[in-house]
Design a protein around this ligand. Structure first.
Ligand code: KG4
Ligand code: ZN
Length: 332
């Protein structure tokens, strides 16, 4: 089965071809146009997807060494994301599915991130997934690919957002995660202490907005003092605080749910310091911790195609040409 994946939920135009569970090609074009604004401008994003999508689909088919007519189905992100951006990908996919007379499978962006853990890996069920992206920070307990409970959510910012907002405070570029990680490499993660976020009501939940405020205060204080300080130490300590906050909750969830496979996905899972720290849990809990390959952590269409493949192999999905874009799919 050959599937085309399409992902245009935010500022990446991405298309991929997979053959069963093997990725044949995966092209991700990140829109540069937003850099000057320090964040994604929705109208510019949809316009840019519109301009590029056809060319990228053809490039992707060429890379995979197949013909357009070899495609057996299309998996496309229908939400969450920017409405205009979703409409471009979804309508393109619908048109192509009608033209080729093949099934169209709508995939939610988070299902896509989850599926990235199944590219080149075969996690066992039941398992747990920590999804850490720019918009979400959740822990799912999965009995199967389509049967899961959300056991943890963020009450304010997502972990990726904490990196992005922290980077802005430190005067770094967007996206903030890779920028902070770069500086942190030559910084001392134990130089400054940040409070471990504490969430009332649901002990499994995450909170990151306090960390960002603590960073702002710390930076202002350091800026106003006579002494010189290293921004690298500040970045490293802040990164450390985010990672510890994530792993503390993951450990708490682990002590309540009996799993031996954990899938950690989403943009923040590309962070190497995070990967190293998470590895410490492996021995302690006798776990198999699965991180996707680095190119499948941040937004990409291979994960969307993979989610389509997983759905089709469950035979629990069907073609749905009337699927509508949903900017805000809520899992709780
Ligand atoms: O999954 P993703 O590409 O898009 C969303 O679905 O949001 O995640 C993007 C987020 C951004 O907040 C970005 O700063 C963060 O992932 N990110 C990282 C790293 N690479 C991307 N955070 C920490 N370390 C990284 N290396
Ligand atoms: Zn994403």
């Amino acid at each position: 089965m050959i599937l085309l994946g399409i992902e245009t939920s935010c500022d990446e135009t991405s298309c991929a071809i997979i053959k069963n569970n093997i990725v044949l090609s995966n092209i991700v074009k990140t829109q540069e146009i937003h850099r000057q604004f320090g964040g994604v401008v929705p109208d510019l994003a949809s316009k840019d997807h519109e301009k590029k999508i056809l060319v990228i689909v053809y490039e992707c088919i060429k890379d995979a060494n197949i013909e357009l007519t070899d495609i057996d189905g299309i998996a496309v992100t229908y939400g969450s994301g920017l409405l205009g951006s979703l409409i471009v990908g979804l309508n393109f996919a619908k048109g192509l599915a009608v033209g080729l007379n093949i099934p169209l499978i709508g995939i939610s962006h988070l299902e896509g991130h989850l599926a990235s853990g199944f590219i080149d890996n075969t996690p066992n069920f039941p398992c747990m997934s920590l999804i850490v992206s720019g918009g979400h920070t959740q822990i799912w307990y999965l009995e199967s690919i389509d049967k899961f409970d959300v056991i943890s959510n963020t009450v304010d910012d997502a972990a990726g957002e904490a990196f992005d907002k922290g980077a802005r405070i430190l005067g770094l570029g967007y996206p903030g995660g890779p920028e902070i990680e770069k500086l942190a490499k030559s910084g001392d993660p134990f130089k400054y202490k940040f409070p471990l976020p504490n969430v009332k009501n649901n002990k499994f939940n995450f909170s990151f907005s306090g960390l960002k405020t603590a960073l702002l205060y710390k930076k202002n204080k350091l800026d106003n003092s006579e002494k010189k300080y290293s921004i690298n130490n500040l970045a490293a300590s802040y990164q450390h605080a985010i990672i510890i906050a994530l792993l503390t909750k993951l450990e708490l969830a682990l002590s309540h749910y009996n799993v031996d496979n954990i899938i950690i996905v989403g943009g923040v899972s590309a962070n190497l310091y995070f990967r190293e720290y998470a590895d410490n849990l492996k021995e302690k809990y006798n776990l198999n911790i699965i991180f996707p390959g680095l190119k499948y952590c941040t937004d990409n269409a291979a994960m969307i195609a993979m989610a389509g493949y997983l759905k089709l192999s469950q035979k629990k999905t069907y073609s749905n040409l009337s699927i509508e874009p949903n900017p805000n799919i809520i899992y709780k």
